[in-house]
Design a protein around this ligand. Structure first.
Ligand code: PPS
Length: 298
């Protein structure tokens, strides 16, 4: 294990972004309110995109909050130091709460709660590529030597927040509950307006067309890249060095095709297939995997 990370209950966490005490507090003592909204993701799956969407929906399309308050104060990562405190002091209702935690760490505090959970997932190949670049630019992750060694860590749970597969399977156990919504990064890309409308419906928020237009306009990749309350450029370079790779990097579907070798892609497909074989859901990227699989059988 790298000295960048520590292990808690079988999962690695970045030394720089949380502590065992914070995790124990969140796990056992954090008081969830029934009107809380949780934005949950495996890292690099669309977390900050969802923060901007939820903030704008919360303010009925008015972008002032998004443009004046950093995302980590609007929707704090509950596992980060001082976040729980910030949330307890917050006067905003509902509270917007972000988390990368695997479900087992939030099961106890969510038990019996009506708090809403939006779980966003992204093609794990694109998630891995995005995480590879994030690992190069941020102090929270160990700088990977190359894509091969990074993917080895990705598959062997040697990265913060553990296995992508366990994360997804764990949170998907909530599928079917009234207070759970699954969202994909790909859906946001392919139909942003439709996704915003669905999220409003899930939250019980009625926004008129003009307000929805404003949400869509202010959460575009370009708008977020230019908004220093959303793009992390407010953080000192020691935390994130945007010269190495910007946080708002490419924002596309399928960038893995520009990075994986044929062998890496085949290895990825093999592991994905084995891990997800008993999982009944299909995701937007599964059809592509299927096609590749079919090609390999010819
Ligand atoms: S983090 O660090 O876990 O909170 O990162 P996260 O926000 O989950 O993921 C960052 C990636 O999401 C992309 N992103 C977007 N793509 C398209 N449109 C919008 N508006 C948008 N906002 C964030 C961001 O560019 C990162 O993906 P990559 O592939 O690295 O560009």
């Amino acid at each position: 294990m790298s000295d960048h990370y520590f292990e808690y209950k079988g999962v690695l966490f970045p030394q720089m972004s949380t502590t065992v005490e914070d995790l124990m507090f969140v796990e056992n003592e954090f008081q969830v309110q029934d009107d809380d909204i949780f934005n949950v993701t495996y890292p690099k799956s669309g977390t900050t995109w969802m923060i901007e969407i939820l903030s704008l929906i919360h303010k009925n399309g008015d972008p002032t909050w998004n443009k004046t308050v950093p995302n980590w104060d609007r929707a704090p990562w509950v596992e980060s130091p001082t976040s729980a405190e910030k949330l307890l002091l917050s006067k905003e209702r509902p509270r917007l709460i972000t988390s990368h935690l695997p479900r087992k760490f939030l099961t106890k505090i969510l038990q019996g709660s009506k708090a809403k959970v939006i779980y966003t997932i992204r093609n794990p190949k694109d998630t891995a590529v995005s995480l590879y670049y994030f690992s190069k630019m941020s102090v929270f992750y160990k700088d990977p030597e190359n894509m091969d060694s990074f993917l080895k860590d990705f598959f062997s749970e040697n990265l913060p927040f553990g296995s992508w597969f366990k994360h997804v399977k764990g949170w998907m156990e909530m599928q079917g509950k009234d207070n759970f919504m699954l969202n994909t990064y790909e859906d946001l890309q392919l139909d942003l307006r439709g996704s915003v409308v669905k999220i409003c419906k899930f939250l019980g928020k009625e926004l008129d067309d003009k307000a929805v237009d404003s949400v869509v306009e202010n959460v575009s990749f370009k708008s977020m890249k230019e908004n220093n309350m959303a793009n992390f450029t407010l953080l000192p370079t020691g935390y994130m060095d945007h010269e190495k790779s910007p946080f708002m990097r490419k924002g596309i579907i399928g960038d893995w095709k520009n990075h994986f070798t044929v062998a890496q892609n085949e290895h990825f497909d093999k592991i994905y297939k084995a891990e997800m074989q008993n999982f009944s859901m299909t995701f937007p990227w599964d059809t592509e995997i299927q096609k590749l699989h079919e090609l390999s059988l010819k």
